[in-house]
Design a protein. Structure first.
Length: 198
């Protein structure tokens, strides 16, 4: 190549070299900024993740708090109901035992005897007064008799011994009460044994 050709090529090469240097200088600062921007973006991403985790933790904590309050409230209600039932039905065993005494006094009054004799009449009156007082006393504590002749049969309160046709009674009416039933504050402690009209 001649000198002229070399001189012509040299400025072009120099221009190309200058362009490469400029590009390098331009890319170098952006490469320095690029890791910084990446770090900032990463920090912002971590910050968002932390905010999300904190929000989720707060929601879980709120949920746990609400559930705990609900459990405590339910436990309090159940305990109150248990105490109330214990007070209401504490006499159940005692009431069942006293029913035998009431039955015996009623049987004594149902016995055919000469009530015109003064000694027997006084005895019957004493038994009758004792029975009335005993029934009144258990009544004050929530014990009530169930099972009356003519009443409609209720399987929750009555125990049917048999079904027989009976004059003067409609179907499914109690025609005979063999043994009275009793409830304590609405709970059956002994069903009435009855015969039901068919």
């Amino acid at each position: 190549m001649s000198e002229q050709e070399q001189k012509i090529e040299t400025p072009e090469v120099e221009k190309q070299e200058d362009a490469v240097v400029e590009e390098t200088q331009q890319t170098e600062p952006s490469q320095e900024l690029d890791p910084l921007e990446e770090a900032i973006a990463r920090v912002q991403e971590l910050e968002e993740q932390l905010k999300t985790q904190i929000e989720e933790a707060a929601n879980k904590e709120q949920d746990i708090l609400l559930r705990s309050r609900a459990e405590i409230e339910n436990l309090r209600r159940r305990t109150e109901q248990d105490v109330e039932k214990a007070h209401k039905f504490a006499l159940e065993k005692f009431s069942k035992d006293i029913l035998n005494t009431i039955d015996n006094l009623e049987r004594a009054l149902a016995t055919p005897a000469n009530k015109e004799d003064e000694s027997v009449k006084a005895l019957f009156d004493g038994v009758e007064l004792t029975l009335k007082e005993l029934v009144s006393t258990v009544g004050r504590f929530g014990v009530e008799a169930v099972g009356v002749v003519g009443e409609a049969f209720n399987p929750d309160l009555h125990q049917a011994i048999s079904m027989q046709p009976a004059e003067g009674f409609e179907s499914n009416q109690i025609s005979v009460v063999l043994q009275k039933g009793y409830t304590l504050n609405g709970r059956v402690i002994r069903p009435a044994m009855v015969m039901v009209a068919a």
